[in-house]
Structure formats: structure tokens, C-alpha cells
Design a protein around this ligand. Structure first.
Ligand code: MCA
Ligand code: AMP
Length: 505
């Protein structure tokens, strides 16, 4: 029997009482204890009638049990579909319907909201709360501690992660076992992870960064993780002396630098700080080194590809760059119009190919074909160049995307909602610099002739429909939107006009 993902990440730790999860309350969960938890959950899921290939949609708080559900899915051949805990009922119903999830696992607080959605779609609902209680764990409680691992091949799907689109609805990126494993193996090697590492884990586990990059590396190499429910500055500072490595979005590092308790001594025994998911300002890189003596290692990836490039572990970690293509990953810079490779040094769209690149978007062949070329190159939508030393720099995005604190916000989704509001003729949503989140959305409305949009009521509607992190920080009414001769809204002009809006001083 083989199941590469389960065997390599989880099965290899069978019977080992080595520490895996260090929890903030002092509890330690061993590898063996974690595997037993996962096995019980795998039994609970299969007892509910789930079959290999079925999707398990999970909107649950970060906990050891939530992570064990990922392991359970791998072991039972189920496709794990983690969902941002901030999503509203509207957002969730789309993901559940689109994925055809057979089982929804949610927090007890969301049960009432999700039950009608699940009933309408013929899916089951079970609960799993932040403290590990819930109907799913209750079902799992009496189950055996071992589970016969379901046979899978590296090409079988392991996870769906939804990623928004510049137009229309989110797309389910289909990730295979090999996509996840190959990237974890490469990163563990490149970043020198071993069983002696203790990773300070403060990222959410519903995205690539916290779930795959961080967790898969720790599992693959057998080290431990200080598993915090979220990024809490006090806890991160309190736990750092026990850790050897941390991974975070740039907001983690600017928040640490904003706290006087974060000193050279506190970070002294740390081996590695990794940043990604959004651009790390060169000034943060420099300030971090001045404070701690450590150079943050910046890398670049996407939901569809896992990680593509990384600054070197040994060698010059260059501020403002995302380093070199990872071993096994081909990267080229092409002309967005023709798709032809550009001469070295020129700015163009970044395309990548390798074992890390996903299989396509779930049931969206035309969207897959538009972004994933027949020769295997994936068009990332990021713009960048490669310098003469081979370092990749991302200079911007071809796609209309705002990244706030590492979470993606697609302006189109907000604009469609704003355009529908009473008194609104049209709208434009732009990302403007924000000191904490890097970028934040600003909504610009144009009124229908003779009308005055009620911005408070509109904000309330946005709040009811979309996750908190997507809410525009402010709504502004303008007479008209700047347009080019083709009639296209010139967002660059708006971005420039409002660039200092949330920057103090
Ligand atoms: C929380 N809020 C946010 C964000 N997070 N608003 C905008 N952007 C955000 N990222 C809301 C909260 O709900 C809260 O609402 C208010 O903003 C302030 O909350 P605060 O306490 O400051 O936030 P927090 O809970 O401390 O969270 C900030 C955070 C968190 C720690 C930066 O967002 C985070 O952990 N981000 C990491 C995201 C991530 O993992 N991205 C990886 C994607 P209210 O005021 O109403 O209470 S994977 C990826 O991108 C690719 C593959 C890659 O390369 O890694
Ligand atoms: P996601 O769709 O959540 O996977 O987000 C992927 C996007 O995040 C990429 O296409 C980039 O635009 C951005 N991103 C990730 N890492 C970096 C980085 N180190 N620097 C700049 N942008 C990044």
C-alpha cells in the first residue's frame, strides 16, 4: 500500500513519542499522539460514508484537531478544502456548492448558518470547535487509534484551495500529493530544516503558507512546532526563546519591530526568519537586521504553485528580491501580449513550471487553459524581472489584486457589490499603502445623477456579505472616475491620488 503524502509526512512518525505540537498552555502532543488523533478522525469521516476523492470543506479555528483533520484526509484519500474562518455565509455557500463537498466541518457557532446550505446541497455537517470539542471529535472519540491508509498515487488530489479571480467567482486550485510533497522536500532542503528545529507557528492553517509551507516542512523533517492559535504579539514574543525558526507575512515582522521587547537577545538563538505572501519592504529587511542581526529570508509563491523562488540560505539574502527559482522550478519572464520570453533584465509577466504547479481549476477548463499553458508553464499574473545575478524581483501585479496582511482581496468582487448599491452609478476599489497591513482597500463611488449614496448603509451591506478583511477601510464619493481614451478606469491615477491616505506623519 502506498500513499506518498501520508507515508512521507505522517506515517513515517508512527510509534514515535517525539514532541510535535507545543501548545501555549504547556501541553505537548507527540507525533504518535497526533497520528492517533488523525486515525480516529479518518474513521469518523469514513463512518459518515465518505469515499476516497470526496471533498471535506473545513471552516474551523486553528487547533491540533484541525491540523489532524488534514492528516486524516490524507490518510483516507479525501480532498481537504480549508476555508478562511472570516468567510461569511454568502462566501461559504459558493465554495461548498462549487466543490461539491460531501462533508462540511465547522465551528459550533456556524452550525445554524451552515445547516440550510448543507441541506440544500446534500452535504453532511459536523462541528469542530477551537477547543477540540464538537460532533466530529465526539464521533472520533471511540474509534481505533490506527486506520488502514488508503492507497493513493502522487498524481491524486490532496487539497483544493480556493483562490479569487480578477473576474467572476473564486476558482478551486486542485493540488496533487506530488505538488505538496515535492515543494516541501525542496524547501526543507533549501532552508536546512532538521528534526532539531522548533518552528514558531502563528500563521492560519487555511492557506498555503501556514498549512503547506510551514506544517509540511516540519512534518517532513520531524521537528516540532510551537502551535499558536494566531499571531498574538505577546505570545510570539513569549515563545520565541524556545523556537529556532519562524515563518510569517510582512505584517508579523513590522509588528515585531514595533515592539521594544523584540530585541537581539530575544532572537539570538533563532536560526531562520522567513517572509512571504506579500512584498517585504526593503526598509523592514534592513531594520530587522539592525535590530536582530538576522537577515529575513524572503520567498515567493502562490496558491496554485506553492513556492517558486527563495533567497538563499547560505549566501546573500537580498532585500527587495525574492531570490532564485527553487531547484526543479523553471521561471521565465514573458511579454504579456505575445507570451514570448523577454531579454534578460526586462520586466514582464512571470511564468513558472515544475512539479509544484497545480493540476488546474476544479471544473473550470477554460480558466485553467487561460492561465496554465499546454507546455506546463503557469502564468502567475505577477510582474517582475531577473537581474544579472539571477535574483528575481517582483515589481507589481498584472492582476488587479490587493494583499492586506497576507490575505488576498480581489477588487472586482467588491466593485460588483458596490455597483449594486442604491444611488451608486459605478465604483472602483484600489489598494493603498497601510502601515500595518501593507495594503488596504479603498472604495471609490460615483453617484447616480441626482442621488447621494448612503456610505454607512453601503458599508453595512458590505459587512453582511463579505469577510471582514475585505472591507474597504473607507468609502469616498467622487464625481467621476479617471478614464483613458479606451474608457478604462485608470486605477494608477487613483492609487497615486490616495497613496498617503492611511500613512501617518
Ligand atoms: C484580520 N483583519 C484583517 C486582517 N486580518 N483586516 C485586513 N487584513 C488582514 N490581513 C481584521 C480583523 O478581523 C479585525 O477586525 C481587524 O482586522 C484588526 O485585527 P487585528 O487584531 O489587527 O488582526 P489580526 O487578527 O492580528 O490579524 C492580522 C494578521 C493576520 C496577523 C496579519 O491577518 C494573519 O495572520 N495574516 C496571515 C495571512 C496568511 O497566512 N497569508 C498567506 C496566504 P475587527 O477590527 O472587526 O475586529 S498563502 C499565500 O499568500 C501564498 C501562497 C504565499 O506566498 O504564501
Ligand atoms: P495567493 O493567491 O494567496 O496564493 O497569493 C499569491 C500572490 O501573493 C502572488 O501571486 C504574489 O502576488 C503575492 N506574493 C507572494 N509572495 C510574495 C513576495 N514575497 N513578494 C511579493 N508578492 C508576493
Amino acid at each position: 500500500m502506498t500513499n506518498p503524502l501520508y507515508d512521507r509526512l505522517f506515517g513515517t512518525h508512527a510509534g514515535k513519542e517525539t514532541p510535535f505540537l507545543f501548545l501555549p498552555d504547556g501541553q505537548v502532543i507527540s507525533h504518535a499522539g497526533f497520528l492517533a488523533l488523525a486515525a480516529r478522525l479518518a474513521h469518523a469521516a469514513t463512518d459518515l460514508g465518505l469515499k476516497p476523492g470526496d471533498r471535506v470543506a473545513a471552516q474551523i479555528e486553528k487547533s491540533p484537531e484541525a491540523l489532524a483533520l488534514y492528516a486524516a484526509c490524507a490518510q483516507a484519500g479525501l480532498i481537504f478544502l480549508p476555508l478562511n474562518t472570516a468567510y461569511t455565509a454568502d462566501e461559504l455557500s459558493y465554495f461548498i456548492e462549487n466543490s461539491g463537498a460531501a462533508l462540511i466541518v465547522c465551528d459550533g457557532r456556524s452550525l445554524e448558518m451552515l445547516t440550510p446550505i448543507a441541506d440544500g446541497l446534500g452535504a453532511r455537517v459536523e462541528t469542530l470547535n477551537a477547543d477540540g470539542t464538537g460532533s466530529l471529535t465526539a464521533r472520533a472519540a471511540g474509534m481505533p487509534d490506527t486506520f488502514a491508509t488508503v492507497e493513493r498515487s502522487g498524481d491524486d488530489l490532496a487539497a483544493f484551495l480556493y483562490t479569487s479571480g480578477t473576474t467572476g467567482r473564486s476558482k478551486g486550485a486542485m493540488l496533487t500529493q506530488d505538488n505538496l510533497l515535492s515543494n516541501a522536500e525542496t524547501l526543507a532542503r533549501e532552508w536546512r530544516f532538521t528534526a532539531d528545529d522548533v518552528l514558531l507557528h502563528a500563521l492560519p492553517i487555511f492557506h498555503t503558507h501556514g498549512l503547506f509551507v510551514a506544517t509540511n516542512i516540519a512534518l517532513l523533517t520531524g521537528g516540532g512546532m510551537i502551535f499558536l492559535p494566531k499571531f498574538d504579539l505577546d505570545q510570539v514574543i513569549a515563545q520565541m526563546p524556545r523556537a529556532t525558526a519562524m515563518m510569517g507575512v510582512p505584517t508579523f515582522y513590522t509588528r515585531l519591530l514595533g515592539d521594544a521587547r523584540f530585541t537581539r537577545e530575544l532572537a539570538q538563538h533563532m536560526r531562520l526568519f522567513v517572509s512571504g505572501s506579500a512584498p517585504l519592504l526593503a526598509e523592514t529587511h534592513v531594520a530587522f537586521e539592525e535590530r536582530t542581526g538576522h537577515r529575513i529570508l524572503e520567498r515567493y509563491g502562490m496558491t496554485e504553485t506553492n513556492m517558486n523562488t527563495s533567497n538563499p540560505y547560505d549566501g546573500d539574502r537580498r532585500a527587495g528580491t525574492v531570490g532564485f527559482p527553487l531547484p526543479g522550478v523553471e521561471l521565465k519572464v514573458t511579454d504579456p501580449e505575445s507570451g514570448e520570453p523577454l531579454p534578460q533584465g526586462e520586466i514582464g509577466q512571470i511564468e513558472v513550471r515544475g512539479p509544484n504547479v497545480f493540476k488546474g481549476y476544479w471544473q473550470m477548463p477554460e480558466k485553467t487553459a487561460a492561465e496554465l499553458r499546454a507546455d506546463g508553464f503557469f502564468i502567475t499574473g505577477d510582474l517582475g524581472f531577473v537581474d544579472p545575478d539571477g535574483y528575481v524581483t517582483i515589481v507589481g501585479r498584472g492582476k488587479d489584486l490587493i494583499i492586506s496582511g497576507g490575505f488576498n482581496i480581489y477588487p472586482k468582487e467588491l466593485e460588483l457589490l458596490l455597483d449594486d448599491q442604491p444611488g451608486v452609478l459605478e465604483s472602483a476599489v484600489i489598494g493603498v499603502p497601510h502601515p500595518d497591513f501593507g495594503e488596504t482597500p479603498l472604495g471609490i463611488l460615483v453617484a447616480q445623477p441626482g442621488k447621494t449614496p448612503d456610505t454607512q448603509a453601503i458599508m453595512a451591506q458590505v459587512q453582511a456579505s463579505l469577510a471582514r478583511f475585505k472591507h474597504p477601510r473607507k468609502l469616498i464619493v467622487m464625481d467621476e472616475l479617471p478614464r483613458n481614451t479606451m474608457g478604462k478606469v485608470q486605477k494608477n491615477i487613483l492609487r497615486d491620488q490616495f497613496k498617503d491616505m492611511f500613512l501617518s506623519g
